[in-house]
Design a binder for this molecule. Sequence first.
Ligand code: FAD
Length: 438
Amino acid sequence: MSISNRIPQRCDVLVIGGGPAGSSVAALLAKQGVDVVLLEKALHPRPQVGESLIPHVWKYAELTGAAPLMEQQGFVAKAGGITVWNGKIHRIAFAEFGFSRPALHVERDIFDELLLNHAEEQGAQVFQQVAAREAKLELEQPEVTYLDKRGADTVEGSIRCRFVVDASGSAAVLAGQFKSKRLIDSRMRFLSLWGHFKNSRYVGADGRSYPAGEVNKVRPVTFVTSFEDGWIWHIAMRQVSSVGLVINTDRARAMNKAERERYFLYTLKSAPYLDLLLDEAEYQENSFSQRPDYSYYSSKLCGENFYCIGDAASFVDPIYSHGVLNAFYNASITALAIGESLQTPAYRARHAQLCENRIRQFYGFSRSLALGEFGGDGVDSELVRRFMRQVPQVELELMLAASFMSERSENFHQLAQNAGLKIRPTQARAHVMDKLLL
Ligand SMILES: Cc1cc2nc3c(=O)[nH]c(=O)nc-3n(C[C@H](O)[C@H](O)[C@H](O)COP(=O)(O)OP(=O)(O)OC[C@H]3O[C@@H](n4cnc5c(N)ncnc54)[C@H](O)[C@@H]3O)c2cc1C
């Protein structure tokens, strides 16, 4: 193995996982000159779900420096969202909110690889096909053991560092170790089934449908419709559309994978409007995937020498496309906290606590939007109200408008009111539509 392929025995910050959270924190720290090593279990490009990005992500992409690369990639720019929730149709258009850049529909394998390569270009040492196993969190010198699967034989190794960042997504390596991962109330525990379709028509901002080939001419919206068991998304990308459904875990507990796939296809064909969009589309059989048993959060997030971020910290129903945004936000405040802690180690505990509060605030914000039931274990509503007061007006207005598009966000409205926010009336921005012309 050449020297450049050799995993060092020590570094300042060891990041576990090269999704949006891990790549972003690694890029931000490496930009500051911090010695960062990132271990990624898979080999990118690797499949990932979560293709709808809201315009808020750009400011974090500017921070890491990935924004120009994202622009060059030519991802599909989206115009907004349309939901059909219990028969009521709502539309929002991002252009009305004053964002200077569009929201996107991204192929996540391409997007995530772009971010990982960018982290490496900033100076992070990235090792793919290397899976972290365990972190021993001794205060002055944490040690992470790993399995290096790059060669013909799997090799065990370990690396010492000053800080461990767990960005391992739903694998949640540290939360597994701490036994701190908590599933939410069974009514809010979801299973997602999804797949890709070629030549699917898609929905434009005017509520009409367009052929797949026009996606770069007529901007699509992210289309969401509720059905008896849950809700369905349709996200048009350059070559395929991602279509998936979210249901309560109990609904599919007794089904095996083949039965779930049949249920998935049957539901799409019988759901309002989806049948029309998919009428002449070709299902990509190998694309069927599932993610069982979420939403969750970890009751322990940051300590003097560790940080859990992105999906490794928490995950709620993806209805408002907050996952990548949450990953970016967590990465940015963690890079700040670690950067400060490296300079003034005496304040490590304080920086960790401040960072944990911020991660919890954002989690509560997303959770109040996406889960009808709010409060209880794991969420501090006062923290969320404080967070709402700090969110830039335009971003808050968009979330508030979006929250009128489903029947999942009553608590969000309540919190916004209790926070005493002076928001211009935004209800008008979630326009009611009589019908769609698909
Ligand atoms: C059904 C569904 C739909 C979604 N839709 C959207 C959407 O439209 N918009 C949106 O913004 N978000 C969406 N999300 C959420 C979004 O996909 C995630 O929030 C986002 O990917 C989180 O990024 P991350 O970096 O924390 O984790 P991930 O993207 O999961 O990355 C974690 C990385 O860690 C690696 N890893 C795991 N274990 C180890 C280990 N032991 N050692 C080393 N590496 C390891 C993995 O290989 C992976 O590359 C959706 C999620 C689901 C389930």
